[in-house]
Design a protein around this ligand. Structure first.
Ligand SMILES: Nc1nc2c(ncn2[C@@H]2O[C@H](COP(=O)(O)OP(=O)(O)OP(=O)(O)O)[C@@H](O)[C@H]2O)c(=O)[nH]1
Length: 168
């Protein structure tokens, strides 16, 4: 049987409950958006294989529950991650403040040198914005992370990671 992929990357999504981790994942793998919030229980994962210069790259993304009560389970998945997306909601100052706590969990449980990427999600909610783009940039700089604002609502792939254009 032909090999289904050449390279495998394991990525992890973490952040407070409701910031949009599952929606980002669904947008990336299925190009779908769900407006309801059904809290993830423990962990879930989805995969997608993309072609990068003729190399089949399988991306396995683990979606973790943001709720406190599942954190004993979710922390067990940090160990095998090669990249971790730390997600906050730009309309929730609280979810942004909690990023510090998520970073310290990564430092404690993930492999040393794991790639950390800070994501400010719900960038379509400009009227409800509580966290400035520069605050995200500042925090990312402080902890040596890349930073992107995005929206699971509008983009065909959250790996396009760009700021949405203002509505016409
Ligand atoms: N406006 C807007 N709403 C979003 C966006 N992403 C997610 N949502 C909404 O936010 C709510 C929570 O999204 P989820 O993806 O379920 O959140 P989660 O972080 O996976 O939550 P837990 O599983 O509880 O950790 C849902 O009602 C989504 O429709 C976005 O980019 N923009």
């Amino acid at each position: 049987m032909a090999k289904q992929y050449d390279v495998l990357f394991r990525l992890l999504l973490i952040g407070d409950s409701g910031v949009g981790k599952t929606c980002l994942l669904c947008r990336f793998t299925d190009n779908e958006f769900h407006s309801s919030h059904i809290s993830t229980i423990g962990v879930d994962f989805k995969m997608k294989t993309i072609d990068v210069d003729g190399i089949k790259v399988r991306i396995q993304i683990w979606d973790t529950a943001g709720q406190e009560r599942y954190q004993t389970i979710t922390k067990q998945y940090y160990r095998r991650a090669q990249g971790i997306f730390l997600v906050y909601d730009i309309s929730s100052e609280r979810s942004y403040q909690h990023i510090m706590k998520w970073v310290s969990d990564v430092d404690e449980y993930a492999p040393e040198g794991v790639q950390k990427i800070l994501i400010g999600n719900k960038a379509d909610e400009e009227q409800k914005r509580q966290v400035g783009r520069e605050q995200g940039q500042q925090l990312a700089k402080e902890y040596g992370m890349d930073f992107y604002e995005t929206s699971a609502c509008f983009f065909s792939s959250f790996f396009s990671f760009s700021t949405p254009s203002p509505p016409l």
